[in-house]
Write a protein that binds this ligand. Sequence first.
Ligand code: FES
Ligand SMILES: [Fe+2]
Length: 380
Amino acid sequence: MKILENYKVELEKDLSEAVSLPFSSYTSEEIYQEELEKVFFDDWVFACHEKEITNKGDYRTIQIGSESVIVMRENDNDICALSNNCRHRGTKLLDSERSHTKKIICPYHNWSYDLSGSLKGAPFSGNVKIDKSSHCLPKYKVEVFFGLVFVNITGNAEPLQQRLGSIAKYFEVFDTKRFKYATETEFEKWKCNWKLAFENGIESYHLFAVHKVTLEQQTPTSKAFYIEGGSEWTLTGGEIKDSKKGLTRLFTGDKYDHLYNYILISLPPSFIGILTYDSLSWLQVLPDGVDSINISSCAITESKAKTPKAITEFTKIFFKEDQDICEKMQISMNSKFAKGGKLVEMEKILVDFRHYLATRIFKSNVSPHFISDKSKIFLG
Ligand code: FES
Ligand SMILES: [Fe+2]
């Protein structure tokens, strides 16, 4: 069977029959190219949080496979997404991943652009007349959902609100509008296929093994549960041990039960969030070749206070635990003779992610959205 046909069959399976994906799915250039075109270019890709770029001229750059994109705060109200390649001979314009600028100047021959991508200057052009209006940086579609900024390169994706609308009630329960301050963004490069990192980020099955002395101590595997989801997005959750909100619970009974739980938000292909009463933190997964990713992390919180050193250290340690396991997996994926096996119940979220891929790449019909009883913890 051809590699793509085989891939489709595996992606469409439900939990009862799902086994680990063919290992070639994580190493095949053919599949990777298909995913770039039909997932990363055609769909909404998480770019940053609007609080990472609060002032005019603040920007983030993201690399989505072959495409480098500037996400720019062009004025107080608007954010635009621009091609990060010069309209003269294509040089990459901005190198920093998160920074600030007054205008965009190409390092090669200093053509300059304003924050909206309009060409403003082309030095020493001699007698050649350059029509500035036809040399703007290409703009991509941008939409913002609860402060999360998404970019769609081809412009083919359906409105974001339509896609994510029903997650809003969960954000409202946690009153995420309180979160106004973004922490520093951390950037790393991992040597693995983007799906390995995404799958690892969304499933809670590995906490007790990979994060035995870190995450498992606070958010144990045994207390994780499925909330609701399908091929568009999935929410899972779990209990937070020794929650600081214990006192609140004492005074309010069960009314604030959601305060002792976290929600893990999977918005494929690039956003994995963790929502608690104290913060919304996230990972951004972006492919950079078939076996390489750029991964970044950031959070928004209610107070401007710096993240305590202990928390930064803790995050670094479990992040490294995830990196090690993902890179180890990538090496195994090269095997021609090894065999994968069944997914367990806690891995239902991986099936949702596969169904996402199946609908995007193959336009498959997959099983409908599912809501579990655990949603009542948050929605009553
Ligand atoms: S390539 Fe940008 S100014 Fe020449
Ligand atoms: Fe992990």
